[in-house]
Design a protein around this ligand. Structure first.
Ligand SMILES: C[S@@+](CC[C@H](N)C(=O)[O-])C[C@H]1O[C@@H](n2cnc3c(N)ncnc32)[C@H](O)[C@@H]1O
Length: 273
C-alpha cells in the first residue's frame, strides 16, 4: 500500500504510476488546485487501455479517482476538469454531489471548417468544469484579465470610462476560451495525442492557485501542468501511466531546468525501489 511520504519525496515530482494509488502519497488538504484532464472515454490510444472502458466502467472509474483525489484539496481549493459533451452531464452531476460548480467553460479548439460530420453538427469544443470546495475559494481575476487592444481603448476614451479599472486592467476572459489546439507547427507541441495548450493551463493556475501554491494533476500526459506550474512559480505533483510520456515530461522539465539550473523530478517508483 502507498503511504503518505515526506514533502520533499513528492512535491515537484511526477510519478510514473497509477494516479488512484499514487495520490495517497500526498497528505489530505495539501493541494490548492486540482487540474484533471482524464481520458475522455472515447477510445484514444495512450499506449495503455485507460481510454478503452465501456460507459459503465468509465463512470465507475471516474468516481473512483475523484474520490481518491478530492480529499487532497484544501478547503479553499478548486478543481478544473476537462471533459467532452459525451460524459460531462453524468460527471458534472457526480461532482455537484461533492463540490460547488462555479463555471462550465467551453474550450473552442478553433477547428477550421472542413467537410466534417454529415449526420450531426461537428463537435469542435471541449467542456471544462470549474468546481470549488468552499465559498472562500481562491480566485485572482486580475491575474488573468485580457488587455484591451489600443483600438478598443480609444473607442472607450470618453470621460465616463477614463480610469475605469476594467479598461486599464483588461477584461474577464469569460467562459468561452478560443485557443487553437496544438498543431505540428506550434513550438510547444509534443508527440501526445491530447496535449493541452500551455495558455489554457497557465490561465487556470494564475486564476486559481496562489503564488507558491500546489497544483495536482493526476493525468499528466505530456506534462503541460508541470511545465505551466513551474513557469508560473507554483509547485506541482502529478502522475502518468505511460513510461514514454514520463520521459517526455522529464525532457520538457529539463528544458525549463536548463534555464533555472534546478534538478528534474520525474520518478519511476519501480526503478527507485
Ligand atoms: C487526456 S491525457 C492528458 C493530457 C495532458 N493534459 C497534456 O496536456 O499532455 C490523459 C493521460 O492520462 C494518462 N492516464 C490514464 N489513466 C491513468 C491513471 N490511472 N493514472 C495516471 N495516468 C493515467 C494517459 O496515459 C494519458 O496520457
Amino acid at each position: 500500500m502507498t503511504t503518505v511520504a515526506a514533502v520533499d519525496e513528492w512535491m515537484n515530482r511526477v510519478f510514473c504510476e497509477d494516479a488512484v494509488a499514487g495520490v495517497q502519497r500526498i497528505p489530505d488538504g495539501a493541494v490548492d488546485l486540482l487540474i484533471a484532464d482524464p481520458p475522455y472515454g472515447l477510445g484514444k490510444d495512450y499506449g495503455n487501455d485507460s481510454d478503452k472502458l465501456d460507459a459503465a466502467a468509465y463512470l465507475e472509474w471516474t468516481a473512483l479517482w475523484i474520490d481518491a483525489a478530492l480529499p487532497k484539496l484544501k478547503p479553499n481549493g478548486s478543481l478544473y476538469i476537462f471533459l467532452t459533451w459525451r460524459y460531462s452531464p453524468e460527471i458534472f452531476v457526480l461532482l455537484k454531489q461533492r463540490m460547488t460548480m462555479i463555471n462550465e467553460i467551453i474550450w473552442d479548439r478553433r477547428v477550421p471548417s472542413m467537410g466534417g460530420s454529415t449526420r450531426r453538427f461537428s463537435s469542435v469544443h471541449d467542456t471544462i468544469g470549474l468546481f470549488v470546495k468552499g465559498r472562500d475559494y481562491h480566485f485572482d481575476l486580475d491575474a488573468v484579465r485580457i488587455p484591451y487592444d489600443a483600438e478598443t481603448k480609444k473607442a472607450r476614451s470618453r470621460a465616463l470610462f477614463v480610469g475605469a479599472k476594467w479598461l486599464e486592467m483588461g477584461y474577464n476572459p469569460k467562459d468561452v476560451w478560443s485557443v487553437s489546439r496544438l498543431h505540428r507547427e506550434h513550438r510547444e507541441r509534443e508527440d501526445h495525442p491530447t496535449q493541452k495548450p500551455l495558455e489554457i493551463i497557465e490561465r487556470m493556475i494564475k486564476a486559481s492557485c496562489p503564488p507558491n501554491g500546489l497544483v495536482l494533476d493526476p493525468f499528466m500526459g505530456s506534462g503541460t501542468t508541470a511545465v505551466a506550474a513551474k513557469k508560473c512559480a507554483r509547485n506541482f505533483v502529478g502522475f502518468e501511466l505511460n513510461p514514454s510520456y514520463c520521459s517526455m515530461i522529464e525532457q520538457r522539465l529539463n528544458e525549463l531546468a536548463i534555464a533555472s539550473t534546478e534538478p528534474v523530478s520525474v520518478t519511476r517508483p519501480e526503478l527507485c525501489e
